[in-house]
Write a protein that binds this ligand. Structure first.
Ligand SMILES: [Zn+2]
Ligand SMILES: [Zn+2]
Length: 347
């Protein structure tokens, strides 16, 4: 079968590889019908997430049709259209029993290399999905692949960040960073009825998209963001900030943007081992700083899917490029160059 494979740091290629087969009783084989390139695929390619070996298949956002099921699979059957979670928790440990699936010590991720379960990814014609009963959902017949696709990763990731922020009706919310996850965070935050969502970025096209999703755009290149937010909140600052950038200045800056007692929920990826932190300011302001880590997709995707099915959220609206799987390398180039907001591939 055809698949997008890792070659070396910074390099991917299309290759012919062998088709996966059922290895464990709870496995299914999915024929991939739609898959996407995620920002974290770039982290794998550029080595920020270590452990990928040459020839490994990338990709973890996908939908498809079940081709084959292992003997222990109960909830899905061959022919079912399914959406997959990008993470595969074990389903049996202390954390999984408490539905803290993303804290599972045995959690695996498709296409993330040997340190995260050594699972091949889904930018391919077929993919093996372990723990299928837990990690697949049958797609509602009224929904297209594209409509539900991001509930398996970036939309539910953003929703998880919004839930962890405990947004209350009437809150002033700031979404910091309007890449794909930030734009999803704007859509997710809307579900909690804030009075306003300020969307912060420096790229005009991203700010326009955020505005289209109901946010008030704030161009961080043109205004001082903390002053701007304070000016619009009687000098208090925002109630909640969703940090979707994943860069140290963004994190420390967030402390200036929120009000005393404000909440910061962090979904941007931080891989730096340490940083300087405005400790006294954070203490005095009584900042509630919550790191979301890997999002609890399996614990929260049913709620996220309900937002999509009801029309309250439309994650597919950020798709900018649709390419055949065989053009996946070009898709990576467009995405890495930020010429594409979101690339969807069709095997
Ligand atoms: Zn992802
Ligand atoms: Zn577990």
């Amino acid at each position: 079968m055809r698949a997008l494979t890792f070659v070396d740091t910074g390099r991917v290629e299309m290759a012919d590889v062998s088709r996966p087969s059922v290895e464990d009783p709870t496995d299914v084989i999915v024929r991939v019908t739609t898959t996407a390139i995620c920002g974290s695929d770039l982290h794998v390619v550029n080595g920020r997430i270590p452990g990928m070996v040459s020839g490994g298949i990338l990709g973890h956002e996908f939908a498809g049709v079940i081709e084959e099921t292992g003997p222990g699979v109960r909830s899905v059957k061959p022919g079912d259209r399914v959406l997959a979670s990008f993470t595969i928790p074990c389903g049996a440990c202390w954390f999984c029993k408490k539905r803290l699936f993303s804290r599972c010590p045995d959690q695996r991720v498709f296409g993330y290399g040997m340190f995260l379960g050594d699972l091949n990814g889904a930018q391919a014609e077929y993919v093996r999905v372990p723990h299928a009963d837990l990690c697949l959902r049958v797609i509602d017949a009224s929904m297209t692949d594209e409509q539900v696709l991001f509930a398996g990763d970036i939309f539910t990731t953003a929703y998880d960040c919004a839930v962890e922020a405990r947004i209350e009706p009437g809150d002033v919310v700031v979404v910091q960073g309007c890449g794909p996850v930030g734009l999803m965070a704007v859509q997710a935050a809307r579900a909690f009825n804030p009075s306003v969502i300020y969307a912060v970025d420096t790229v005009a096209q991203r700010l326009e998209m955020a505005q289209g999703f109901g946010a008030v755009p704030v161009d961080a290149a043109a205004v001082h963001v903390p002053s701007h937010v304070h000016d619009h909140t009687d000098g208090r600052g925002a109630d909640v900030l969703l940090e979707c950038v994943g860069a140290i200045p963004a994190l420390t800056g967030a402390i200036d943007v929120v009000r005393a007692g404000g909440r910061i929920s962090v979904i941007g990826v931080y891989s730096e081992p340490e940083m300087e932190f405005p400790l006294n300011l954070a203490f005095v302001k009584a900042i509630d700083l919550k790191f979301c880590g890997t999002a609890n997709v399996v614990g929260r995707w049913d709620e996220a899917l309900a937002l999509i099915t009801s029309g309250a959220a439309d994650p597919a609206s950020i798709i900018s490029h649709r390419l055949p799987l065989d053009d996946a390398v070009r898709g990576y180039e467009l995405f890495a160059a930020r010429e594409a907001m979101k690339v969807v591939l069709t095997p």
